[in-house]
Design a protein around this ligand. Structure first.
Ligand SMILES: Cc1cc2nc3c(=O)[nH]c(=O)nc-3n(C[C@H](O)[C@H](O)[C@H](O)COP(=O)(O)OP(=O)(O)OC[C@H]3O[C@@H](n4cnc5c(N)ncnc54)[C@H](O)[C@@H]3O)c2cc1C
Length: 366
């Protein structure tokens, strides 16, 4: 009997030890100790190993842009890793073309800091800050779009270029929701350094937009980082075509403020696409820009107006409206903002109308 008990005990001990080895080899309780991150061969950070590079940098107040907040679905948080990142992971390859892979570009949300690591990032990223802000106002623009106005508290001002975006941290607000961050283009006047306005479209069951629409209240504190991105008006005098529907209009509102601030007479035609008349918004603000900017024209296009709407404007797809208006866009620049589908369809039309590929600028909301 004792023999049997001893055998069972020995077998259990061996099984336990094997399980522990397995768990350790899976990295569940790996301890990598302290690791050094060297940035641009001039700045050194010491971090606790084992966390994704994106988050280790964030803890040290270096904010790489990331549209999905580290889920590995947007491919935005790229950075060049000079050493120490290990092999390229299958989760990274869909986002990196052959040249980027050859140049050791990696997705910082997928690379874990397991040892000393050396990276290179654009110097401009050192200027990105984390801001404490207060929701000062929220206004319905349509049935599914709101404009949020945040007052910056600490730091109390932000310098940004019209077209850039911020990331907002959405806290856990109901069971099962973890902290996430999402990107939103700044829709306010770049001269207005103390406030940041965002135009947000509700995504059904979306984590961050549900919080912003249903939980965030006037006076609540939020955390923003930014400004990010290089979507902006070029400094040429070429005529411009803007295409964006819904919340894609956010960066264009900021760009139009900038044009007004600088007294720009540059030609800009803004084709705003909506499915129905109820998708249109900011018509008064657009009329104001039209009055103050000699070269600006706002062209709302409604895909399916209802008879009771008594819609007098353009109808059909926004890309069809562009086709109707232009035969040759070889001297124009194109600016697009919104869903990947809209951007791809508009790009095809621009190229058909002979706009050079390198004159098409876009910000994909994905
Ligand atoms: C650079 C950049 C700038 C952006 N600027 C703006 C902006 O100014 N205004 C704005 O409203 N949004 C903007 N976005 C999109 C925004 O970051 C979020 O992706 C969006 O608000 C959804 O977040 P969520 O957490 O509510 O939804 P999630 O919880 O992330 O998504 C929920 C589900 O909805 C799907 N989904 C995500 N987005 C959409 C969508 N737009 N339409 C339909 N389904 C969707 C997802 O695939 C997922 O299945 C921007 C994105 C980028 C990358």
């Amino acid at each position: 009997m004792l023999d049997v008990v001893v055998s069972v005990l020995v077998v259990s001990l061996i099984a336990g030890a094997l399980a522990l080895i397995l768990v350790i080899s899976e990295g569940v309780i790996q301890n990598y100790g302290q690791c050094k991150i060297t940035i641009n061969a001039k700045k050194e950070l010491t971090v606790e190993g084992g966390r994704p590079l994106l988050f280790s940098l964030k803890e040290q107040k270096i904010f790489l842009p990331s549209a999905c907040g580290g889920k590995g679905t947007c491919g935005v948080c790229k950075c060049k890793v000079l050493s120490g990142a290990g092999v390229l992971l299958p989760t990274e390859t869909p986002f990196l073309d052959a040249k980027e892979q050859k140049d050791n570009i990696r997705l910082s949300c997928q690379v874990k800091v397991k040892n000393d690591i050396a990276i290179q990032i654009p110097d401009a990223l050192f200027a990105i800050r984390q801001y404490q802000a207060t929701l000062a106002a929220a206004e319905d623009l349509t049935y599914d779009m709101k404009r949020f106005r945040f007052e910056l508290n600490e730091p109390s001002t932000m310098d940004f270029v019209a077209g850039q975006y911020v990331q907002i941290t959405c806290p856990p607000y109901k069971k099962g929701v973890e902290e996430v961050s999402r990107a939103y283009s700044i829709a306010s006047d770049p001269r207005d350094h103390r406030f940041v306005e965002l135009i947000v479209r509700r995504v059904p069951n979306g984590i961050c937009t549900t919080w912003m629409f249903d939980y965030l209240k006037i006076g609540d504190k939020v955390c923003l980082t930014g400004p990010y991105g290089d979507f902006k008006m070029s400094d040429t005098q070429a005529p411009m075509i803007f295409i964006a529907g819904g919340s894609g209009m956010a960066p264009f509102v900021s760009i139009l403020h900038h044009m007004r601030n600088t007294g720009s007479a540059r030609r800009a035609e803004y084709f705003f696409g909506g499915n129905a008349v109820r998708d249109l918004c900011l018509d008064e603000q657009m009329a104001g820009f039209q009055k103050n900017l000699a070269g600006f024209k706002f062209i709302p296009v409604v895909a399916r107006p209802q008879p009771q709407d008594n819609w007098q404007g353009q109808t059909g797809l926004v890309t069809e409206a562009v086709r109707r208006s232009f035969k040759d866009l070889s001297g124009h620049e194109g600016y697009l903002c919104g869903s990947p589908g809209m951007i791809d369809a508009s790009t095809r039309v621009f190229l058909e109308l002979k706009m050079p590929q390198d004159k098409i600028y876009y910000d994909k909301f994905a």
